[in-house]
Ligand binder design. Structure first.
Ligand code: SF4
Length: 385
């Protein structure tokens, strides 16, 4: 390789060098000397300045951003994994109000935790949070300080249900440690900034974007950097169309330069969605009904619902139909019908319990059951009174 250095007239602070990259192709590449030899932090300084100035003016005030309590940040991160921010705020505030510390959460029963999660979906998140809280309290028993919470990245990673992303988010937001936290918003921004077509939902893609996030990370202000990059993805570099005109870092964006931004990021595959057909029967004897807990390894594990028969296709039934829903999950589409049967005596349906309708609030119910309750409450009162 042959190269020579020069300082362009008028750019005395910059040194460039021309690298003779390929003898055969007779190709010279102009490179910024600064970018090769200066510390990474300096290389990105201007990028940070633009990003932080935009963030200071445009950031949303969110309850989990106003704290550095690792427990609160952990809860918020788990809630936000499959939930929109607006919906997540209410759940977060109620959850922290009911379980203000990791000890409170560890002491709660699983049913109590699921009840606070009711309606959010993806209940394994709540179960893992609960398991994680028990793990933490168990682990710190021997320590003097009751305030102890895992602080290092590796310790955080050992908490059940905490993966690379969540550990990075807690480490940077709570302790300002230099770890990346590439969520969906960040993947999108990075894919566009680097005009990178690697599918982000593959092992290779995840590794690649994590590396890009590490390279770009502001080592001196990781909390600020991660928050600002996520916010950029949430408010400006949005799906499906980015708002490049107001983007503070558009000068650095290869996706914009190559006109590919709207096509990025690339997803390898859409999940295969399976259709399922659920027939629920609401037996009514006065104000009493039957419910069952889902114990099988399936969706809505441990949640309560009305007696269910899963079928291949909906049969003809004479029982009055009270409501019908289609409920979309990530890999399944649930078609549900709710029938109501007024009976002189509650039938002996295996594994069900008799409860008063007014007591249903005490049980953790699936979102679908809640929807049905809303819809049918009027009809139920008509039947009862
Ligand atoms: S210029 Fe457009 S595509 Fe590039 S990072 Fe900004 S908003 Fe995203």
């Amino acid at each position: 390789m042959f190269c020579f250095f020069f300082k362009p007239f008028g750019l005395q602070n910059y040194t460039f060098f021309l690298k003779y990259e390929s003898f055969f192709e007779k190709k010279f590449v102009l490179q910024d000397f600064f970018c090769i030899f200066a510390p990474k932090m300096k290389k990105n300084e201007q990028f940070y300045r633009y990003l932080y100035a935009w963030y200071a003016e445009n950031r949303r005030v969110l309850p989990w951003r106003e704290t550095t309590d690792p427990y609160c940040i952990w809860v918020s991160e788990i809630i936000l994994q499959q939930t929109r921010v607006q919906q997540g705020i209410d759940y977060y505030l109620r959850f922290i109000d009911r379980f203000p510390t990791v000890d409170d959460l560890a002491r709660a029963t699983e049913d109590e935790v699921l009840r606070m999660w009711q309606g959010l979906g993806y209940y394994s998140r709540a179960r893992n949070l609960h398991k994680g809280a028990r793990y933490i309290t168990e682990e710190r028993k021997h320590l003097q300080s009751p305030e102890w919470f895992p602080a290092g990245y590796d310790e955080l990673r050992r908490i059940p249900g905490v993966g690379d992303y969540t550990a990075g988010a807690i480490a940077s937001f709570a302790y300002n440690l230099p770890y990346p936290a590439p969520d969906g918003n960040v993947y999108r921004v990075l894919a566009r900034l680097n005009d990178d077509e690697t599918p982000f939902d593959t092992t290779e893609g995840k590794k690649r974007f994590r590396k890009q996030d590490c390279d770009l990370l502001d080592q001196t202000q990781p909390r600020l950097f991660n928050s600002a990059l996520m916010e950029l993805g949430a408010l400006v570099c949005t799906h499906p169309t980015p708002d490049c005109e107001v983007c503070p870092v558009s000068d650095y964006c290869l996706g914009l330069k190559h006109n590919t931004a709207a096509l990025l990021p690339v997803r390898k595959s859409r999940p295969v969605v399976r259709d399922r057909y659920f027939c629920y029967t609401i037996y009514l004897n006065g104000d009493k009904t039957l419910i069952r807990q889902r114990t099988e390894k399936d969706i809505w594990h441990h949640l309560w619902e009305f007696p269910l028969e899963e079928v291949e296709a909906f049969p003809e039934r004479e029982t009055p139909l009270l409501g019908e829903f289609t409920h979309q999950l990530s890999h399944q589409r649930i078609h549900a019908r709710f029938y109501i049967e007024k009976v002189p005596e509650l039938p002996p349906v295996p594994l069900t319990y008799a409860v008063k309708l007014s007591e249903l609030d005490d049980y953790a119910l699936s979102r679908l059951t809640l929807k049905a309750l809303d819809l049918i409450s009027e009809s139920v009162s008509r039947v009862l009174f």
